[in-house]
Structure formats: C-alpha cells, structure tokens
Design a protein around this ligand. Sequence first.
Ligand code: SAM
Ligand code: SF4
Length: 349
Amino acid sequence: MRMKSYKNEYQNNLDAQPPGGPPLLKDQFGRTFNYLRIAVNEVCNLRCIYCMPEEGVPFKPSKELLTHDEIDRLIKIAAGLGINKIRFTGGEPLLRKDLIRLISNASNMPKIHSVHLTTNGVLLESMAAELKVAGLQGINISIDTLNPEKYKMITRRDEVEKALIGLEAVKTVKIPSIKVNVVALRGFNDSEISDFVFMTKDYPLTVRFIELMPFDAHQIWKTGKFFSAKQIIDSLKQLFPDIKTTSGTATEHFTFRVHGYKGKVAVIPSYSRDLCGACNRIRLTADGQIRNCLYAPNEYSVRDLLRNGASDSDIADLMLKAMWRKPIDGWAAQKAGKEHRESMTQIGG
Ligand code: SAM
Ligand code: SF4
C-alpha cells in the first residue's frame, strides 16, 4: 500500500521523536514546525500587480477547495503533531462565507494557542467585531501605499480608504496583534517608508516591509521594482538614525523600534531567504496540497487522502513525510522543480 511504502523514508524522523508522545512535525535538518498557514480560497477583490493579472487566474471551482469540515479535521490532526499556531490566508479570506466559523473552531481546538489572519482589509470594517468574538489573536493587513492614486495602480482597485478604515476597526475592537504588510517596491513606495514607520508611533502595531517575490506568472518582479531587505534596512537607518534592533518572530529577524515609538518595524527577506534556518511553517493551499516551503513546487495532496476515506493516522503520516522532506532552504526548494502555480493567491503567501 502507498502509505506504507514511504514509511521508511522518515523512519529516522520518527526515531528522533521524544519517547512516549505522538510524533512531531520535523525535518531532517533539525527544524520543528508549529505554525500552519491555510489558504481558504483563491479569489480576491483586488488585483495586486505582483500577484495576479487584471483578468485574475483560473480560479478552481469550489468543489476542488477544502470544505470547512475538512479544514477542521486537518487542523485537529496537525495539532496532534505539534501545530499550535494557525493563520488563515488566501486569496482574500474575508470573502469566504464561513471564515468566522473556521476561526472560531480553530480557536477552540485543544492545543491551538493562537489563530491569525492575513487580509487586504477591504472588507474588515463590518467584520472586525465578529473576528474578535471568534477568538482571532492576530491580523496582518496588506497595504502597500497610503496614497489613493498609487494604491489604485498597485491593486487596480480604488479601495485604500476601506483598507485603512479596516485597520482602525481592528484597533478599536483590540485584536491583540496587528501588523501591516508592505511589499517594498523600488521607485514606487520606497518614498513612503517614513509614513509607514510613523504608523508605529502611537499604537503598538508592527509594520513589516516584505521583499518582492517571483510568484506571478507575468513576472512583475523582473521589472526593476525589487528593493532588497538590505536596501530597506539602509533606508530605515538613514531616515531614523536612532532606530534600534528588537525581538521579532522567526521570520522577523530584522526587527527595529524607533526610540519612543510604541510599535515595531520588521523587514522580511522573503526573496533573499536569509531566515530559512529558523522556518517553523507548514503551508496548506486552498485546494488541499501541503507545501513544505513557499518556494517548493512539490506538493502533497491531503485533499485526495481526505476524500478517499483515509484515517487520521494516514493523513498524519503524509504531513510528517512532507515536512521531513523539506529542502534545506528556499534556494534548494526552487531548484527542486518547475513552479506550476501562477499566482501567490493559489499558494497563500
Ligand atoms: N489577500 C490577502 C492579502 O493580500 O493580505 C491574503 C493573501 S496574499 C497572497 C498574502 C500576502 O502575500 C500579502 O501580504 C501580499 O502582499 C503577499 N504577496 C503576494 N504576492 C507577492 C509577491 N509576488 N511578492 C511578495 N509578496 C507577495
Ligand atoms: Fe488579492 Fe492579496 Fe493577491 Fe493582492 S496580494 S491580489 S489582495 S490575494
């Protein structure tokens, strides 16, 4: 049986587990995975130029995407393997009708410590209170520019005001952790770095500048807009000479605070891939494929197992196998095969 045939491949992994307890998600390089990112859809109400073309991408029919019962079951199985942090992303997760139920179920799942969301924030104002009640612990809102005309250029939609109102709404309901994601683009928003840093003055939120990644079929990233983590850090130090390093999450190694400001600024080297050694993530696409690295095109279909009557232990075995095989870093992952996804919206970011 297929399930048995790969068991030997990660037998070492199982042997390395602490005795007595269930196996944990680990890889052969000593990394342990406690953070599951789940894309809940592929559709979106924006068309960010580095993510999707104006006409969108071939979105999969909903029957090919995981149902809420399937997602709940996978979270439960993953929690048994050491996952304690969940992030829902997409596509645009606020467009999924049962999102509140997914968040609430995940928040109430034993062993899950925190549930987070990544969103463009456009639909957030009316949902902020419900998200808080559902138990949401953290929210990342993607806003690449504060200028309405530039926002229209980058997202192809006139929605910056709604996204900013959404940000205010989650402050009002006091979602515990609030972050603003900014994809740094040379000659586009590099002139707005200090405006974004200023957002951290009076409120303890984190602004994260993220390197552009080569995940769109139209390869916008090749058009000279790439602005490296190093360049971002140099600009920050020039603009704020008294900026000091401070602590962040596993991917926020480059984290700073301006003296006297309440929030933080982080720089994410998502293209440079400097922080792969500290990676703690496992990704699940909306169509039910495990990706052991953002850059790894090889996927493992938990959806097929789920829909073919597999047991929880079969599904756990596939998760263990997928993560055991995680390449050492994003460069090795990229070399492992040709990318078949056309957009970050199909992977979840
Ligand atoms: N729609 C939601 C949003 O935009 O926050 C969630 C999904 S989106 C794919 C997740 C994150 O991926 C966003 O912060 C977005 O800016 C980022 N992203 C998408 N394409 C990217 C690219 N080519 N390079 C860097 N970041 C990208
Ligand atoms: Fe939509 Fe997010 Fe992609 Fe922008 S980055 S098009 S908001 S999925």
